[in-house]
Design a protein around this ligand. Structure first.
Ligand SMILES: [Zn+2]
Length: 333
């Protein structure tokens, strides 16, 4: 079964199916996938594989027919049916011919071969040339189809991004939103700071493995457009996008604490998850929802922390612990 499936699905087809599935997952799937995988890299890999298929297809000459036994068509042509005689391969010039052999003498074989010579030459020469041309143009055609698939998927992503992404917002809307984020960050940093949404991807993003970046004690921070968009949706459209919103609040608070001067990542994150409640409330969430989102982030931090120990909040990050910003309260965060 597996072999059959492999035959039905050539590597090139498998690649294209995988690419389509991945792009659909990237567009409609969880935000984590979008923020973790740079889609341009995926397209470059796909393009490289398509090129590889093309080059190896152009290099490999059409393989000779592997089955040396007479084909049914030959049997038919030379008039021998399946069950009867033994068949022997006779070399004739530079050609090999199968003849039925039932104990004939050499002379009788010669006669048989003469018979074969009398067969009219079939008009298969032009067909063979046509086949040859088709063979050499097929890899190029397959490559062009592959390019087409990549192009169409790229357009689909561009279309979705330009209508739903941070970039799709009007410039003055973005300016207004960024000012709002900066105000919130300034409250935490306890000094005027500026938040930038890194549309060019120069400072933050999947390549840098970060949703935000700030210099410790500095006066500005960069967030990814995805984080900015989630904050915008909450603040300006009253839209809650589940744990994405929680993550966005935690990220802007995290960078603000760095700007305030905290350098230790675990401590910064612990403070951020507590300040995130206040930012969330100020951007339109109920206190209950804001706390719930930050608790969820705290739980996820423990899960994520196994992979990146640096960002794991310390044990003191608990109600009444050394890092509790509000020791008087019994709620945490
Ligand atoms: Zn940090």
């Amino acid at each position: 079964m597996e072999e059959r499936a492999n035959r039905l699905l050539s590597p090139a087809t498998a690649l294209r199916v995988a690419l389509v599935v991945f792009v659909l997952a990237w567009i409609f799937g969880p935000y984590a996938l979008r923020s973790a995988v740079p889609i341009l890299l995926v397209f470059l890999i796909a393009l490289g594989l398509e090129l590889n298929f093309l080059i190896s297809a152009l290099r490999s000459t059409p393989s000779p027919r592997p089955d040396r036994r007479p084909q049914d068509v030959d049997r038919e042509r030379y008039g021998y049916d399946h069950e009867t005689d033994d068949l022997v391969l006779v070399r004739r010039g530079d050609e090999e011919v199968w003849v039925a052999y039932s104990g004939e003498s050499a002379e009788e074989l010669e006669a048989l071969l003469a018979d074969v010579d009398d067969w009219p030459e079939e008009a298969d020469e032009p067909a063979a040339v046509g086949l040859e041309q088709r063979r050499s143009s097929a890899p190029v055609r397959r490559f062009l189809v592959g390019l087409g698939v990549i192009g169409v998927l790229g357009l689909a992503i561009w279309f979705v991004e330009s209508r739903t992404g941070w970039d799709s917002l009007a410039a003055d809307t973005r300016t207004e939103a960024v000012k709002r984020f900066s105000d919130e960050a300034s409250r935490i940093a306890e000094k005027p700071v500026t938040i930038y949404c890194d549309e060019s991807g120069d400072f933050v993003g999947a390549v840098q493995h970060a949703d935000g970046v700030a210099e410790v004690g500095g006066d500005h921070a960069y967030l990814t457009p995805e984080i900015c968009l989630d904050l915008y949706r909450l603040a300006f459209e009253n839209e809650l996008t589940g744990s994405q919103t929680g993550r966005a609040l935690a990220v802007v608070a995290h960078e603000a604490w760095h700007l305030r001067g905290v350098s230790d990542e675990g401590t910064t994150e612990c403070y951020a998850l507590q300040s995130g409640v206040e930012i969330g409330r100020r951007l339109g969430l109920s206190e209950g929802t804001a706390r719930q989102l930050m608790r969820q982030q705290l739980t996820e931090n423990a899960l994520r922390g196994r992979g990146s120990f640096e960002y794991l909040v310390p044990p003191e990050c608990r109600d009444g612990g050394r890092l509790d910003l509000d020791p008087g309260s019994t709620r945490f965060p």
